[in-house]
Structures are given as C-alpha cells and as structure tokens.
Design a protein around this ligand. Structure first.
Ligand code: ATP
Length: 316
C-alpha cells in the first residue's frame, strides 16, 4: 500500500490545481474564530482503503493536520507491521498521536484517546488549521466525536440510540469504502508486500527483545502479525511460516469486515457519512493498470468528491 499510494500522489495532486489555489486563498482559515464548535474532517474506512492517503491529500490542500485514530498505530514501534505511513509519504503534514506513545506504558483506552485527541483538535484549530481525524479504530473515533462518551457503554452493541449520534464537533464525515471481495484480494497482496518490505525481520527483532511482547506491550502486542508469528519464531519451519502468513491474511480480512460493520452502525445511529467508493482504484491496482489510471480513478471517485465536500463544509 505504502509504495502504491505514494506513487500516485503527485500526479493526482496535479489534477486539482483550482482547488489548491482556492485552498491557498484561505478557505479554512477564515472559518475558525466565528464558530463555537471546532470544525473537523473525519476519515473512516476499513484497513487498506486509502484513508491515510486521503488524509494527506486533504491536509496538503486545506492546510490541515492529521490526528491518528488507529489504536495500534498510536504506539511507537513495528512501523511496517502496523502499516504506519512512512515519513516521506506524509509530505510534511504534521501528524498527532501517530507512534507517539510508549507501548510499555499500557493500553490507551477510548476515554484516554478522547482526551489526547481532543487536545490535539483544539491545538490544531487554535492555529487556524483544520483537524483531520483518520484511522480505523471506530471506537476511538466514536469516543472522540460523541457528545457523551461513557467507557462502559459499547457504542456498537445494538439498537441505535439517538443520543449516541450527536457529535461535539462540526464535522465532515468521509467514509472510504471498497467492495468486500476486491478489498479482501488487495489485503492479501498487501500482506505479501509488507513481508517483502521487511515485516518478518521487524517482528524477529521485536521478539528478540524478550519473551512475550504482548505482556510488555498490551496494546502494540495485539498488532496483527505479533500473535500470528509467535509460533513461527519458536519452530522456524516452512509450515509454521505459511501458517502464520495465512493467519495474518485471515485476521486482516476479518478486521476489515468488522470495521465496515462498525462504520455502518455509526451511520445507523445518525452519523451523516459520505461514502466514497474506492473500488475502481483498488480494481485498477489489482488489474496491474498504469499508475496514471489508478490516479485518475482516485481523483474521480475519492479525492475529487472529498475535496468538494470539504471545501463546501468549510465555506458553509
Ligand atoms: P474498535 O476500536 O473499532 O471498536 P477494536 O477495539 O476491535 O475495534 P480495532 O482498531 O478495530 O479495535 O483493532 C482491532 C484489532 O485489529 C487490533 O487489536 C489488532 O489486532 C488489529 N489491528 C488494528 N489496527 C491495526 C494495525 N494498524 N496494525 C496491526 N493490527 C491492527
């Protein structure tokens, strides 16, 4: 994902010069100061759909900063395994809560996230910039955005309740979605890419630091890849390797399904989500189409509609 997404960024950026100019004219800056609630762009989506890329594209055009809402990526370490956007792909956009926490300090709860992330949102807004919240942990996103946040209540556990739908920020909620079978195929390939990029070596170094990383790191230790490869590092057989890879693929696909289900539940409790269908982008990638073809699909189906929505959201 990392390689492909960085490849089409500049091309895609070039497709929207008018938006760049309008953004540079201060659309977002004029907005703050005359509203009581901070204005926030939120990007939801399953793993592998392009949330991080979209957050950077939006941030680059609208003078924004990204607040990470992935509960594994908040911790330092395992950058390949957890799919953190590499520094070079962040294109200078400031990121908050991305790899900032010491994994040995315990698990960041939803209320802990609400408190850290709302401080980040307030700080970003006070600088006249737009907070873009992006990540796959929907309980974190719900905790940050909901008017009321009670750690004991699972927001995804059943019948919609009207109060759970009210938001404490003025929000533009973008959902990057990809048709399930195309996403599953892409996620399998992405695991292979991550392995080629050094995931196994990264995990080997991680396991070499001590007996059971999940005890030392109760949050980061749950990253897909850590439990799945534990047995492989004990046995080091080809069969154990294949089994670990199959489990990583399976669990990644399951994660994506769970994420979509939770996003749909947020829609059901009244969140006004704008769904962006990134299936053609993923289909182009799977079909081995040119980078230009993929960038065009991204601009047409994801980036263009998102920018128009953000622009009108910031002008209203
Ligand atoms: P939610 O927060 O949406 O209610 P959740 O508590 O199940 O759901 P998720 O963020 O969906 O949390 O993550 C679930 C699990 O998926 C994690 O515990 C981890 O195993 C895996 N996971 C999530 N994000 C990543 C990531 N970036 N890298 C590796 N594994 C991840």
């Amino acid at each position: 994902m990392r390689i492909l997404f960085s490849r089409c960024t500049d091309t895609a950026r070039g497709l929207l010069p008018a938006l760049v100019r309008r953004s540079a004219a201060g659309v977002e800056g004029a907005h703050f100061g005359r509203r009581e609630k901070e204005s926030t762009v939120v990007i939801l989506g399953a793993t592998g759909t392009g949330k991080s890329k979209l957050s950077i594209d939006i941030a680059a055009l609208f003078s924004a900063e990204v607040v990470n809402a992935d509960k594994i990526q908040v911790y330092r370490g395992l950058d390949i395994t957890t799919n953190k956007m590499p520094m070079v792909d962040r294109r200078g956009v400031p990121h908050h809560l991305l790899g900032e926490l010491d994994p040995a300090e315990g698990v960041l709860t939803s209320t802990g996230f609400r408190s850290l992330a709302s401080a980040a949102v307030t700080g970003i807004a006070s600088r006249g910039r737009i907070p873009v919240v992006a990540g796959g942990s929907n309980s974190y996103i719900h905790a940050l955005m909901a008017e009321c946040c009670d750690e004991r209540v699972n927001p995804f556990d059943g019948a919609p309740a009207a109060t759970r739908g009210s938001l404490r920020y003025r929000s533009c909620l973008l959902w990057v979605d990809v048709e399930a079978s195309a996403l599953a195929e892409y996620l399998d390939r992405r695991v292979d890419e991550m392995l080629r990029a050094g995931m196994l070596e990264e995990l080997e170094r991680y396991f070499a630091t001590g007996e059971d990383p999940s005890e030392r790191h109760p949050g980061l230790g749950k990253a897909i890849g850590v439990p799945e490869f534990r047995e492989y590092f004990q046995q080091r057989t080809a069969a154990a390797y294949d089994e670990a890879v199959a489990k990583v693929k399976n669990n990644t696909r399951r994660l994506a399904k769970d994420q979509v289900r939770k996003i749909e539940q947020l829609g059901a409790i009244g969140w006004s989500l704008q769904r962006l269908d990134a299936t053609p982008v993923v289909a182009a990638r799977l079909a081995g189409c040119s980078r230009m073809a993929e960038a065009e699909a991204w601009e047409r189906d994801v980036m263009g509609p998102s920018f128009r929505s953000v622009e009108s959201f910031l002008r209203d």
